[in-house]
Design a protein around this ligand. Sequence first.
Ligand code: ZN
Length: 416
Amino acid sequence: MPSIPLPKDLRINAARFLADFEALAAIGSTQDGGVNRPALSEAHLQSRVWFRERAERAGLVVSVDGAGSHFARLACGQNPERSLLLGSHLDSVPMGGRFDGALGVAAALEVLETVREAGLHLPVDLEAVDFTDEEGTLVGLLGSAALANHLQPAEIQNPRGGRQRLLDGLQRAGLSEAGLFQAGRDPASLAGYLELHIEQGPRLERKGIPVGVVTAIVGIVSYRLVFEGRANHAGTTPMDERCDAGLGAAGFMLAARQLVVQSFPECVVNVGALKLEPGAFNIVPGRAELALEFRSADQQTLDQLQQALLALAEREARAAGLSVTVVFLGRHEPAPMHPAMRQAIGRAAADLGLVTLDLPSGAGHDGQSLANLCPTGMIFIPSQAGISHSPHEFSAWHDCVNGVNLLLQAALNFNP
Ligand SMILES: [Zn+2]
């Protein structure tokens, strides 16, 4: 008679996981090996049909909340009122890669099926989750924010992907605007949230380390800056008599980069859009509008960086004889990962003989929404050349399998 493995020796079924991963990669697949599954598009909804069928085949109970997030529950808990959530998202950026999000959802289903087959009884139930619109083609972190009761009506009125696109998506999915605000979940029902994801950066690969234990998810602040000078004839206005708004914007962009490189080495800054007006070859720009975003994993540092960047905008404007208007657009606070979850991951990695690196996540994730509700943790595996949000996104298969085994063992290790 085969002996029953100790929970510590339990491993996932890698062949079954590969089949699931490939089935998902085929839904909305593009010719260059990526996937195109923007939130609530036909392809995305098709991937959710797959989720439901796959979960039901594994003997899990599927439910869908008012934001369309899909849950598959394994009733393995001594306390069936609470569950540990494992998951990620099946939506992709437009023309994205096959690993971002899908890896974590397929992994969660595989972990639940492995636990069910082994007949383990755990302190709480396990739930695999596929959150709606993590990527922000509609709103961003939509499903997790709705679950956490963080969703602001203004975000739905004026979503980053456009209002009509959101309404069309909701209709396609059989969802409603009112339903989004009824997806809030009782925090008492959540024992924790744990997500496996690709790193989307080059740090693990460069160091040759197979696993990242996320310390915090970065906070993100965005502003619109408007430099104003005086539009004038580009041929007849002497160089030293111009109030060139474009020059102020350019000066700010260069100085902001230098500030972050020199004084905020753990942070990043980006000017992702720049509009000069009137916008002609032969007119000195009278107005320059730029989209500023900066990130830090530490709240105090984020405050200091914000102060420094806004002071810099004033300084650059004055130096170029311009005025500057600062419009605050939004702030997501940094979300530290829970020590108990980090420990559970660390212990499991040691058991599996996997070296780990502690690192912050420079990208946003659903864990940001969950971190205030319940102990939240994230596991990263290496991304080849750090490429992500691209069809060329790739992670080695053995790293993926290591990651799923680590997700399994961390879930078993976590003491809710
Ligand atoms: Zn993702």
